[in-house]
Design a protein around this ligand. Structure first.
Ligand SMILES: Cc1cc2nc3c(=O)[nH]c(=O)nc-3n(C[C@H](O)[C@H](O)[C@H](O)COP(=O)(O)O)c2cc1C
Length: 376
């Protein structure tokens, strides 16, 4: 199969994965309106075409929190990536290091912090969820620090998991889920051998070492529902800010008032995100939410954004709307499922090339100079 874009990787992942895993990545909450709006609203961002600006020497590099990045991209946290390819999180981390961009390991990864950090030549970032067991949170932060993590991404838009209809239909959850998954795995022998057999243990690596028992992936969403804490508020979390001395980035902000609270909390950055349309369906797309948030807090902390980005052109659009960097969720997940580390490296090359083309055609030589002046 010829792969020239992120959508080709989506198709390759659809062919290679058991359908419960493809739908787990691809799907969103409820009627998936916000999922669709993320992409549709970004596609409506119109850029000014400029000509004869001598943009022969382009700079795509940037830096956040003192860490340089070769591209204005961060590979965002994706739970269970180790089910998409053998020891998947290690493969994504290695691809990110090779291409000089940050990788964020999810709390609910298959591979543990220690497994990933020991095999990755560049410091990883770590993403923390709010769990009821504060002992776990403290323990995992200590382990992150010991594993060399400097930047903490603290995700706050998952007080409960969104209503994901596709997961119930696909066998990710719902009646006879385990039996349905086995039937699907039989139809994908390459995945069954590479991941199902050789990719073991299938576990939540960061979580099971603390609880002292394997967390069965057979009831992943059920486990999240039981252990995530909807009672939480900013004041409850002040100890995290006191405890974590490095940069802290709050992920899942969609409202300017929450962005101001994040500053009061002591955040160094935020990710404007609706979790890729997987949480509150009917919430604003990030393309719409981002500009007022940048106006409100953009001079006080680093504003990153994600949700709906499917090409290097979309990255330039997000930067034009005011983001200082862009996180990717589904795109590297599909590339990982399709072709492991090499797929993730390749999709980063595709994005870099598309960013270069867009920068040339808008007449801007450096990503740091992309801002609202390039909007039509
Ligand atoms: C399969 C999947 C798993 C995810 N798991 C996590 C997670 O563990 N932690 C987190 O903060 N965000 C998680 N996200 C959200 C992504 O980090 C990101 O915000 C979102 O995917 C961006 O939207 P996009 O996929 O349209 O780029 C997940 C997203 C997907 C698709």
């Amino acid at each position: 199969m010829i792969v020239s874009s992120a959508s080709d990787y989506r198709e390759a992942a659809r062919r290679g994965l058991p359908s419960f895993l493809f739908d787990y990545i691809d799907g969103g909450a409820n009627a998936e309106q916000t999922l669709k709006a993320n992409m549709a609203d970004l596609a409506e961002v119109i850029l000014r075409q400029r000509v004869l600006k001598n943009v022969s020497d382009l700079s795509l590099a940037t830096e956040w929190f003192g860490q340089p990045s070769a591209l204005p991209l961060i590979l965002g946290p994706v739970g269970l990536a180790g089910m998409l390819a053998r020891r998947g999180e290690v493969q994504v981390a290695k691809a990110a290091a090779k291409k000089g961009v940050p990788f964020v390991l999810s709390t609910v990864s298959v591979c543990s912090l220690e497994e990933v950090a020991s095999q990755c030549p560049r410091p990883i970032w770590f993403q923390l969820y709010v769990l009821k067991d504060r002992g776990f949170m403290r323990n995992v932060l200590e382990r992150a620090e010991a594993a060399g993590v400097k930047n903490l991404v603290f995700t706050v838009d998952m007080a409960v998991p969104g209503a994901r209809y596709r997961d119930a239909h696909s066998g990710m959850s719902g009646p006879f889920a385990a039996q349905r998954r086995i039937l699907q795995a039989i139809t994908k022998p390459a995945w069954a051998f590479d991941v199902g057999l050789r990719g073991r243990p299938h576990d939540l690596g960061n979580v099971s070492s603390y609880f002292g028992e394997a967390i069965a992936l057979s009831d992943y969403m059920g486990w999240i529902g039981k252990n995530f804490d909807p009672s939480i508020c900013w004041a409850d979390l002040e100890w995290i800010r006191d405890f974590w001395k490095g940069p802290m980035i709050i992920k899942g902000i969609l409202d300017s008032e929450d962005a101001r609270d994040a500053i009061r909390f002591g955040a160094n950055g935020i990710v404007v995100s609706n979790h890729g349309g997987r949480q509150l369906d009917g919430a604003l797309s990030t393309a719409k939410a981002l500009p007022p948030i940048v106006d409100a807090v953009g001079s006080d902390l680093v504003v990153l954004a994600d949700s709906g980005v499917r090409s290097g052109l979309d990255v330039v659009r997000m930067l034009a709307l005011g983001a200082k960097g862009v996180m990717l969720g589904r795109v590297p997940a599909f590339a990982l499922a399709a072709n492991g580390q090499a797929g993730v490296e390749n999709v980063l090359d595709i994005f870099a090339n598309e960013i270069r083309i867009a920068m040339t055609l808008i007449g801007v030589p450096s990503v740091s100079q992309i801002n609202k002046t390039v909007l039509a």
